[in-house]
Design a binder for this molecule. Structure first.
Ligand SMILES: C[S@@+](CC[C@H](N)C(=O)[O-])C[C@H]1O[C@@H](n2cnc3c(N)ncnc32)[C@H](O)[C@@H]1O
Length: 176
């Protein structure tokens, strides 16, 4: 099974910038996969909640004392399973448009959403190629409503771990 073991450099940099200036108690890694971001953060001594639908992936890393994991389906239209708020919400390489609003709602007041995933244009370079898995032009910017202030946004080519086309957003929640 394909497994990028290194965390995204961009995610690491953004977390460092935020944690320099803010006291961070809780971080959630949404659709965490094999937990490359969860493990990186847990090893830095942050308390991390790691969510994925795939139990086999979760069990590869969740013996870490700073990680609480939960095997949850985030695409059940009847029920959104996470009722807590977090100082940092991380989403990487995962897109399911119907849960955008629920993901935004996970962010505490004065907390941050850090979101990185593939966007339209990526089909030239590799997978994913299907529109349902590719953000539209500036889509991450457009989904953040007026409770959020955009702190960073990038749309373009990324070279690591492979050439791809991505969007990256950091947004701070300024109102509930
Ligand atoms: C491409 S992987 C990204 C993993 C991780 N964020 C990373 O960057 O390494 C997408 C992940 O989304 C998870 N996923 C897919 N559908 C899901 C669902 N309905 N609920 C929760 N997780 C889901 C998959 O199991 C997979 O681990």
């Amino acid at each position: 099974m394909m497994n990028n073991i290194n965390p995204s450099d961009w995610i690491v940099n953004q977390v460092e910038l935020i944690t320099k200036k803010n006291k961070i108690n809780t971080i959630i890694d949404v659709a965490c996969g094999f937990g490359r971001h969860s493990v990186y953060l847990a090893n830095k001594n942050y308390k991390v909640v790691s969510i994925d639908i795939d139990f086999k992936k979760l069990r590869t890393f969740t013996n870490n004392k700073n990680i609480r994991s939960a095997c949850l389906n985030l695409e059940n239209h009847e029920y959104w399973p996470i009722q807590s708020y977090f100082d940092i919400v991380i989403v990487v390489n995962y897109l399911y448009r119907s849960n955008f609003k629920n993901i935004l709602n996970l962010v505490k007041k004065d907390g941050y959403l850090i979101y990185e995933t593939f966007c339209i244009g990526n089909e030239k370079y590799g997978k994913p190629k299907r529109k349902e898995y590719l953000l539209e032009n500036k889509e991450l910017k457009n989904i953040t409503d007026n409770r959020f202030v955009i702190k960073d946004f990038y749309q373009g080519i990324v070279y690591v771990p492979a050439k791809s086309f991505k969007q990256m957003l950091v947004a701070k929640r300024v109102a509930m």
